[in-house]
Write a protein that binds this ligand. Structure first.
Ligand code: HEM
Length: 350
């Protein structure tokens, strides 16, 4: 295993040790039932569930159900049928090529301001936090300070994940804290229903971009970043699989790769394994798309996420930075760095 892969795997395992140890230990089973919970590891099983099995978007302990319970509903993840389709259509316009082109100058200004010449070590996390917050503010029409908005979205997601993921110790008051954090986020938004959009945009970006840049630095991939930043961005998003598990629930009986799924089963769709993030050269044709879901259940922000990372890699590449030090985040909802220090190796002072 390369040093880059080892370091990135450590962040992933550190974030939710119990859950991710279980997923690692069972990953050779394509589909595994544990009581009413079904672990879905294999890329074909993941694809079948997301494209063929009716999913209950409001069930307890799914992403949508949790969001609805915390905020009173009306969010994208818990909408169904026509309501969901029209909300997604609106979002596609904001997150499409024109939306990305409109946001790019702002992203570049933020990156230039933080990164400078990288002669001294620079922490990438605050830069990405402002980038993600500015994106969320633009998409939701919020006038809040981007860093404040991003921090509120991080806290809401972290409190929600802690209240709903398996843990070694009980967490009294978790629900209450999650509800309060969701409320604080909603108050920064003109339409509180956009809380899920802000949460999805901020937390995935903060998980993905610093980890991808650190991987690039540790593996010395800067020539590749210069030659093909979009291609490298897509590959690093596959290897880091920022949203590693999708908690969902089956809305009907189904059979997936010969395994029976029953209506009401809790499904843990392991995007990280569907993306074959554990391999440098994936064999499955859907591996690169898998971190973003698939078919009707795919991320509307995928192109924007790839464009953001490609811009970050392009901005860093001339400095050929090395990773000075990375520290995993102890409480983030998704496996992320709390700090990620990079320093130029291209300058005369190095
Ligand atoms: C590396 C970055 C990202 C990853 C890995 C990722 C992954 C995902 C996944 C797996 C879903 C679930 C799809 C479903 O089950 O319906 C999702 C949904 C979503 N994502 Fe992303 N995402 C990323 C970045 C973004 C960004 C940057 C934005 C917005 C700017 C965004 C906005 C959304 C929204 C709004 C949804 C909810 C869609 C719905 O319920 O229909 N994502 N994302």
């Amino acid at each position: 295993m390369t040093a880059a892969r080892r370091a990135d795997r450590a962040v992933y395992l550190f974030s939710h040790p119990l859950l991710f140890a279980l997923l690692g230990a069972t990953r050779h089973r394509p589909v595994l039932r544990l009581g009413r919970t079904v672990l879905v590891h294999h890329p074909d099983a993941y694809r079948e569930v997301l494209t063929r099995v009716p999913l209950d978007r409001t069930a307890e302990r799914t992403t949508g159900g949790t969001a609805a319970a915390l905020t009173g509903g009306g969010l994208l993840f818990d909408q169904q049928g026509d309501e969901h389709r029209s909300a997604r259509g609106e979002l596609a316009r904001l997150l499409g090529p024109a939306g990305v082109a409109a946001l790019r100058p702002e992203w570049q200004r933020i990156l230039d301001r933080y990164l400078g010449g990288l002669e001294a070590p620079v922490d990438l996390v605050p830069a990405v936090r402002e980038l993600a917050g500015a994106t969320a503010a633009a998409l939701t029409g919020s006038a809040a300070d981007p860093v404040r908005l991003a921090l509120a979205a991080e806290r809401a997601a972290a409190a929600t994940a802690r209240a709903h993921l398996p843990a070694l110790l009980p967490r009294p008051g978790g629900e209450r804290r999650a509800r309060a954090a969701a409320l604080r986020l909603s108050r920064l938004l003109p339409d509180p229903r956009d809380a899920m959009l802000a949460t999805a945009a901020v937390n995935t970006t903060l998980a993905a971009l610093p980890r991808a840049a650190a991987w690039c630095a540790r593996e010395r991939l800067w020539d590749r970043a210069r030659a093909d930043a979009p291609g490298l961005a897509a590959e690093l998003l596959r290897r880091t699989a920022a949203s590693p598990v999708l908690p969902r629930a089956a809305a009907a009986d189904a059979t997936v790769l010969g395994h029976r799924i029953r209506r009401g089963d809790r499904l843990l769709l392991v995007a990280r394994h569907a993306a074959e993030a554990q391999h440098d050269a994936p064999a499955h044709p859907y591996a690169t798309r898998a971190p973003f879901g698939l078919g009707p259940h795919s991320c509307p922000g995928a192109a924007l996420a790839r464009a953001q990372l490609a811009l970050l890699l392009t901005t860093l590449a001339p400095h050929r930075p090395r990773a000075v030090r990375t520290v995993p985040h102890p409480t983030s909802a998704l496996p992320s760095y709390r700090s990620c220090l990079l320093r130029s190796t291209a300058g005369p002072s190095y």
